[in-house]
Design a binder for this molecule. Structure first.
Ligand code: BV8
Ligand code: ZN
Length: 255
């Protein structure tokens, strides 16, 4: 395992086995809240993150919603307003460039903020849903968010309450999405783990699964994570700085 800090970024090219890769290499990008940090969107567990101010059980769990739906709806409306003011940052934008270089690539994100799609990334799998959609808490029927009524408690035709279409703690992820995530991870030759604390399961299994299935793994994070001792290359840097640099290295090597 090689650890590079920003000072050694220049030596980046020396560490990666570029000779193994070509434009046909299958690449998977796995991302967490850290990739949106440079867009101004707070993460959950970094210093000053959302969970340092709010109780996740009260705000991101079915129990919390049933106990105080208005509080949860207000919190998600506040987060949507913050996200609307944010733009994709160089990390999101460099994935679009990577996907032009490696045509067989996909993005698996834990984020619910739509910034990957807004950056032009394709094949984006939103494991934890999307904050700009709502679904019925009872029958699960999805519907887009009617923004002027965004914080009112509203009901589905079946009588169930409408809630953000995201996966809360204690809720299972959509099976089909999870299977697709493991398939993309098991089949890729390069796996990027970008801006995730690698603590929330089952998503946090993916980097380890990639490693077990023979992918060359690159982790970019401003802090070390439980995966950092397992990854082939750990770059201690902001994703918005390191990923565009990495793109230049890969472009020079495989284009
Ligand atoms: C489930 C809602 C079946 C959406 C979220 C005990 C052991 C293991 C598992 C469990 C357990 N007890 C319960 C569980 C299961 C639980 C879990 O994993 N809990 C953990 C916390 C222990 N998981 C679940 O409940 C999942 N469902 O398992 O169902 C089941 C059911 C019942 C019981 C057992 C199993 C559902 C998980 C989804 C929860 N939903 N949020 C929303 O509102 O957004 S959680 C939240 O965490 C988000 O979804 C987020 O996507 C996810 C992961 O967080 P990260 O994205 O990694 O963000 P974080 O802030 O943590 O880290 C940011 C990182 O970026 C940091 O490392 C930081 O250093 C770095 N960074 C910062 N700036 C930058 C940067 N990196 C690069 N550049 C920068 N500029
Ligand atoms: Zn319903």
């Amino acid at each position: 395992m090689i650890e590079l800090t920003p000072i050694f970024n220049a030596m980046l090219g020396a560490e990666i086995p570029f000779e193994k890769f070509s434009k046909d290499t299958r690449v998977t990008f796995f991302t967490g809240a850290g990739i949106s940090a440079e867009s101004g969107i707070p993460t959950f567990r970094s210093t000053g993150g959302l969970w340092s101010k709010y109780d996740p059980v009260k705000l991101a769990s079915p129990e919390g919603f049933n106990e105080n739906p208005q509080l949860v709806l207000d919190w998600y409306a506040w987060r949507r307003d913050a996200i609307r003011l944010a733009d994709p940052n160089p990390a999101h934008l460099s994935i679009t460039k990577f996907q032009k270089l490696f045509h067989d690539s996909a993005v698996i994100t834990q984020n619910v903020d739509s910034l990957h799609s807004r950056a032009g990334n394709n094949s984006v799998l939103e494991l934890h849903g999307n904050i700009f959609r709502e679904r019925c808490n009872n029958c699960g029927e999805e519907n887009g968010l009617n923004s002027d009524e965004r914080t009112k408690i509203r009901y589905c035709h079946c009588g169930g309450m409408l809630r953000p279409d995201v996966v809360w703690f204690g809720e299972t992820l959509e099976n089909q999405k999870l299977e697709q995530a493991f398939e993309l991870t098991g089949a890729c030759q390069i796996f990027f783990s970008l801006g995730t604390s690698t603590q929330v399961y089952p998503a946090a299994q993916l980097p380890f699964y990639a490693k077990e299935h023979g992918a060359y793994t690159i982790e970019i994070n401003t802090e070390r994570t439980p995966f950092s001792n397992h990854t082939d290359l750990f770059i201690k840097d902001a994703a918005g700085h390191a990923l565009p640099n990495l793109y230049e290295e890969f472009y020079a090597a495989v284009s």
